[in-house]
Design a protein around this ligand. Structure first.
Ligand code: KG4
Length: 339
């Protein structure tokens, strides 16, 4: 029998709905929220209001694009956390209402697990490129930089993580001091293509184990700009591409060094990357280089599944549905929850 899951994602500033049937994605609709651009970051109250406006049209569109009727759904999966509480409440409330009306079960999904499980989404029934367990997943986004040991879909262990800022934050905050728009990551990525990655030396952290730190890099970038701007007020304008290339190369170096160490120590050659920063072209290239040099079997998600999306939520919901792990009607969202 077909298992058809509607996924709902509303943890931050993207309202998304997707349909997955037997692991194959049928639709994945994402509505972004332009309202935050004027503020240089996500404003939680504005985000939850925009989710309220978007959720019904987005679900309607996801069902339509999937070519199914709501009566065909087996269950509804929704992001329960971590995320912005007001935003999560919109998705959770919608899921509760819809599952009650359709009399089908509800499945709660951990947003971070969903990013990892995005690698199991099939483009079609013949798609067999999914990772083999155990594998390592580098989860890099605006709020997280973690190395996760994935033993099974519901058995994940964070073996290393940032002790301060996330990699995405380092991209965004350094972009901000250069006067680039938010989110800075994609802009830095674009400008870095024209620059010299060895033009500027930036601080790399020395911290133990598989953990990360990006605050020192951020400070060294800030001080570089402060000192150079004193000598030349046009320094940023004249060196933008080199600054972006050097910043990006340093962030990637930091990320890959610990990932290499973990892969070597644990003797794991199956390595994946997930989260918003996995869209970065330099990071993708570094993964390809590591595959060649160290014999890694790498898993890089399609762009549509790198940022927040409901297909990954529906995929996680599909696994939970198979294990009959349903969620009660009184489940409340969590703003903070680990993997
Ligand atoms: O996973 P995600 O969509 O959600 C949050 O964690 O909020 O990640 C967003 C982060 C932002 O910091 C953004 O700048 C970064 O991902 N990002 C990128 C690129 N695309 C998105 N960073 C570097 N290069 C990119 N191409």
């Amino acid at each position: 029998m077909d298992i058809t899951i509607l996924g709902i994602e509303s943890s931050c500033d993207d309202t998304s709905a997707a349909v997955i049937r037997n692991g194959v994605v049928l639709s994945n609709v994402i509505a972004g929220q332009k309202v935050h651009e004027a503020y240089g970051g996500v404003v939680p109250e504005l985000a939850s209001r925009a989710h309220q406006q978007n959720i019904i049209p987005v679900v309607h569109q996801a069902l339509k694009q999937a070519g199914i009727d709501k009566k065909d759904l087996s269950a509804i999966a929704f992001t329960r956390g971590p995320g912005l509480l007001g935003s999560l409440l919109v998705g959770a409330s919608f899921a509760k209402g819809f599952s009650t009306a359709l009399q089908i079960p509800m499945v709660d999904v951990n947003h971070l697990q969903a990013h990892v499980l995005a690698h199991f989404i099939k483009a079609d029934a013949s798609d067999t490129g999914q990772p083999q367990f155990p594998f390592l997943c580098l989860l890099v986004s605006g709020g997280n930089s973690q190395i996760i040991l994935v033993r099974r879909w519901n058995d994940m262990e964070v073996i290393g993580q940032t002790i301060d800022d996330a990699a995405g934050e380092a991209f965004d905050k350094c972009a901000k001091v250069m006067g680039l728009p938010y989110p800075g990551g994609p802009v830095v990525d674009r400008l870095a293509k024209e620059g010299n990655p060895a033009a500027f030396q930036l601080n790399k952290p020395h911290i133990p184990d598989y953990n990360y730190s990006f605050s020192g890099l951020k400070t060294s970038f800030l001080y570089l700009l402060r000192d150079e701007l004193k000598k030349n007020p046009n320094f940023v304008e004249e060196n933008k591409a080199d600054l972006c290339a050097s910043l990006q190369a340093t962030i990637i170096d930091i990320l890959m060094q610990k990932l290499r160490k973990a892969a070597k120590d644990l003797k794991i050659k199956e390595v994946a990357v997930a989260g918003g920063v996995s869209a970065n072209s330099g990071l993708r290239k570094a993964f390809e280089d590591h595959a060649e040099k160290y014999g890694w079997k790498i898993h890089i998600p399609p762009f549509a599944f790198t940022t927040d999306n409901a297909a990954m939520v529906a995929m996680s919901g599909y696994f939970k549905y198979l294990d009959k792990e349903f969620c009660p009607m009184d489940a409340v969202p969590f703003s903070r929850v680990s993997i």
